[in-house]
Design a protein around this ligand. Sequence first.
Ligand code: PLI
Length: 461
Amino acid sequence: MKLTPLAPPPYKIKAVEPIYCPSREERLRSIAAAGYNTFLLPSNEVYLDLLTDSGTGAMSDYQWAGLMEGDEAYAGSVNFAHLEEAVHDIMGYRCVVPTHQGRGAEHILSKLLIKPGHYIPGNMYFTTTRLHQELAGGMFVDVIIDEAYQAQNEHPFKGNVDLEKLAYLVQSVGKEKIPYVNLQACVNMAGGQPFSMENLCTLREFCSRHEIKIILDATRVVENAHFIKTREKGYQNRSILSLMREICSLTDGCTMSAKKDALVNIGGFLALRDAELYEEAKALVVIYEGLHTYGGLAGRDLEAMARGLYEATTDDAIVAHRVQQVHYLGERLSQFDVPLVRPFGGHAIFIDAKRFLAHLAQDQFPAEALAAEIYTESGVRTMERGIVSAGRDPKTGDHYYPALELVRLTLPRRVYTQEHLDYTAEHIEHLFKRRDLIKGLRMIYEPKYLRFFQARFEPLT
Ligand code: PLI
């Protein structure tokens, strides 16, 4: 694959954080002590941290300045008013409930709308989202297009909803049992794959006809808007801000983990159009998060979030450079024939561990084993997104066996440089050459919920 040169970033570096690369012996000791789970590594034993893009980005000087303007009043902080204004202006939703992060919003939404026996269709599961749906008595139903499960398929909008699958569900269970469609922007577990505006318009038409709400998971909606602009015919001359407004106008509300596209280290919100639902959400947020004007956050966090939302959506170069960095890493790895999910998504490059470690069965946890090996080889921390993340079917207790068994190399926003990406790609190439020697893992400790965070493993002998 031809390498597209990476354009210089639209920012310069004002503060630096020293990093240290542990020796191979130290890395071997660290990964064993972490039970071969990269989530359990202390971050000072990690050289480059590509675990997640969640809360790991660099804020701008304007956002840092906003921290000093935090109004830490218990009730009615002015920073909440700034956040409300930003969400209304950029996304069009009038009712905003701040939460400590995305899953706080998912919790309140699930309690608000899901009753036992409900079905929640969505374009592929996300770990915390599905768990909150299940804990509220609902059942997630996957209605993403089949192409999303084909790692090699070059479909530009693999995050699209399959309207036939959705229609079949509505026909089988009845629209009364479907409180909303959960539409995720840049579908994380599929490789950061966007939906198209055309698909969203068709979905809106279908849902309006059947009186079903659409709730957007807006966590990576700015990246989704970028892909509509660059991949969908007719949108090339549109600004990210105008695309954001159009996407949100076709939905009834959103959950947001602001730790991603809103460029902050902590924060989230639930936004709604319906004023009655908003009243109920306010009643719930005081139980689980905090008063409805702070939702578990400090005033300064609300300010950084309001500023981050504006920054991410009014300077189109920020998201463009971020996506280019991801694609640069993908192209570098492709030069070495490392099997990757195609096309490259918005926040991360995903290695297809089923093909990288074709000699391992899925219940030998190939993606978990590969993430551990990448750390041992290079000091780079990545994340498993396969059978461990998928968890177990609550009814049968069996593992879910997801079609995609992936290792995610996630780029924090505005943190690493091209040299860091080159280092990562070159070390994974070395590993790819000796891939036949990599052994599978056995799980020796499994927590009840979201096991990927805390499970422990040992190498198979
Ligand atoms: O980590 P939270 O609670 O702020 O957000 C939960 C969440 C919801 N939706 C989506 C699409 C996510 O990606 C998400 C969190 N993602 C994490 C932590 C990640 O590493 O991808």
